[in-house]
Design a protein around this ligand. Structure first.
Ligand code: AHR
Length: 509
């Protein structure tokens, strides 16, 4: 019997709802066709946004959406994407397939999409091929309510009221596609660019008065285990500032993708054996090591944890589906992806003292998507179902918990614990528990000891199918969450047998 202890009296960090965030890029069919079809499409839409997709995203309570990239962000010039659509500039999307980008989805459309989804806005600016003036004017365009050249331009384009930009990223992957910079060079550029990202919602007549709801600025962080980048950027940000700088970076990003067979070969999304199953899950678990090591560096500069770790690109990255455009990164999604999502989100919850946002890549039709579309058809992937179960952790308080595990797997190098979990008290006072069983074949009996509260009423749901199971446009509900009636009340807690290859969510009222 596996012992699982949850101490509801030991409350830890708040699980920011932004941990359940998403990423969208002008890449393949993520924006065009996936979320945006234009007002004249036969596909039912509101102001050009697909109704079916928006509804599915609202259901999982998408808290924040990052846009326009990715690598695309450092080639994007925002003025090309405003004004009458017929006169918007066309450009080549050099990063993603060399296709023509007609800029019909720009700032106004992104803000409309976020309004419909009901989520916060996270815009990623262009450092690599842009200028300080361009970035600074974008903020003025979007957020200034008074009279100024950019605010007037926005009004001329039909938007009277300023929008709210919740988060702004200063460049993307500036160690690579965003300019191949060194950490020190980027750190200095960050200092300069962010100086001119004014808070237009602030009371300028009182310079010392803080606006608690100001736009949060995010610096470009490391790729995977590039600790030198984290250290080099932070050293530069904190140098020669005598405390003035602190607070001018609210976040530092981290990117990590799981490629089962490595960056070159990647591996199929749907055809894999048990070895590849465990290898993928072991690689997904590695994000915990990355978080801990990058956090240890951040602690040296920022012991009060004022700068959030923003994992704004994470997820699986396989070889594209056979017959699809290699530059569009379209991949299927199976129970293996559901496990990757469940494991990763449990880890983010457990590290929510430092991890303040995470954005799975990418929301629709690209990499580990929650939604896939084909013309007018749409399906919810197994990953969508995990986000739907885990949404109850949003803005909850993490509580202390511990589950006994054993090591399983096929290869010495890729052994994994059989179970992962996290537990929280949600804003309504309910205890939310999520558990993943990483074994492809074996179920385990679990006995939960819950201290600090009585178990009266509870409910449970489960996502559980064979490891290759997936949803297709012919069978869109092959994998879906079901009620889990195997949970019973015992003295001090709950007891259940967790099936192989499953993700479980329990609510205790
Ligand atoms: O998500 C696909 C790409 O992966 C992004 O454009 C880039 O930031 C990362 O390398």
């Amino acid at each position: 019997m596996v012992k699982y202890i949850i101490n509801t009296e030991h409350k830890k960090s708040k699980i920011n709802r932004e941990i359940y965030g998403h990423f969208s890029e002008h890449l393949g069919r993520c924006i065009y066709g996936g979320m945006y079809v234009g007002e004249n499409s036969d596909i039912p839409n509101t102001n050009g946004m697909r109704n079916d997709v928006v509804e599915a995203l609202r259901e999982i309570r998408v808290p924040v959406l990052r846009w326009p990239g990715g690598c695309f962000a450092d080639e994007y010039h925002w003025k090309d994407g405003i004004g009458p659509k017929e006169s918007r500039k066309k450009m080549v999307n050099t990063n993603w397939g060399g296709v023509v980008e007609d800029n019909s989805f720009g700032t106004h459309e992104f803000m409309e999409l976020c309004r419909q989804i009901g989520c916060k806005t996270y815009i990623n600016g262009n450092v690599g091929s842009g200028s300080v003036q361009e970035m600074s004017e974008w903020i003025e365009y979007m957020t200034f309510g008074g009279t100024s050249p950019m605010a007037e331009l926005r009004r001329a384009n039909g938007q009277d009221e300023p929008w709210k930009v919740d988060y702004f990223g200063v460049g993307n992957e500036n160690w690579g596609c965003g300019g191949n910079m060194t950490p020190e060079y980027y750190g200095n550029l960050y200092r300069r660019y962010q100086t001119f990202l004014k808070d237009y919602r602030k009371d300028f007549s009182d310079p010392d008065k803080e606006n608690p709801d100001r736009m949060r600025k995010i610096a470009c962080g490391a790729n995977v285990d590039d600790y030198e980048w984290t250290d080099g950027v932070l050293k530069t940000l904190f140098r020669h500032c005598e405390g003035r700088f602190h607070g001018n970076a609210d976040g530092l990003s981290l990117h990590y993708y799981v490629h089962p067979e490595g960056w070159q070969i990647k591996g199929s999304a749907t055809e894999f054996d048990e070895k590849a199953w465990y290898k993928t899950l072991a690689k997904a678990l590695y994000i915990e090591t990355l978080i801990e090591r990058h956090a240890a560096i951040m602690d040296q500069y920022d012991p009060e944890k004022k700068i959030g770790m923003i994992v704004d690109e994470w997820g699986t990255w396989y070889t594209v589906e056979p017959g699809t455009h290699p530059g569009f990164l379209y991949q299927q999604n199976t129970m293996r992806d559901a496990l990757v999502a469940g494991i990763s989100l449990n880890i983010f919850n457990k590290h929510s003292d430092r991890v303040k946002m995470a954005n799975i890549a990418q929301i629709v039709n690209v990499l580990q998507s929650v939604i896939l579309t084909e013309g007018p058809k749409m399906l919810k992937t197994p990953t969508w179902h995990v986000f739907n179960m885990y949404k109850h952790h949003q803005d909850a308080t993490l509580v202390d918990s511990y589950i006994e595990t054993e090591t399983i797997g096929e290869e010495e190098e890729y052994l994994v614990p059989n179970l992962t979990e996290s537990a929280s008290i949600d804003p309504d006072g309910k205890l939310q528990i999520t558990v993943t069983n990483l074994s492809a074949t074996q179920s385990y009996p679990v006995e939960t000891l819950i201290t600090g509260r009585k178990v009266e009423k509870f409910s449970a749901e489960i996502l559980c199918e064979e490891m290759h199971a997936k949803n297709t446009f012919d069978e869109p509900d092959a994998v879906k969450t079901k009620a889990f009636d195997g949970v019973e009340k015992v003295h001090g807690g709950l007891k259940f047998e967790i099936p192989a290859c499953s993700v479980v969510h329990i609510t205790v009222e």
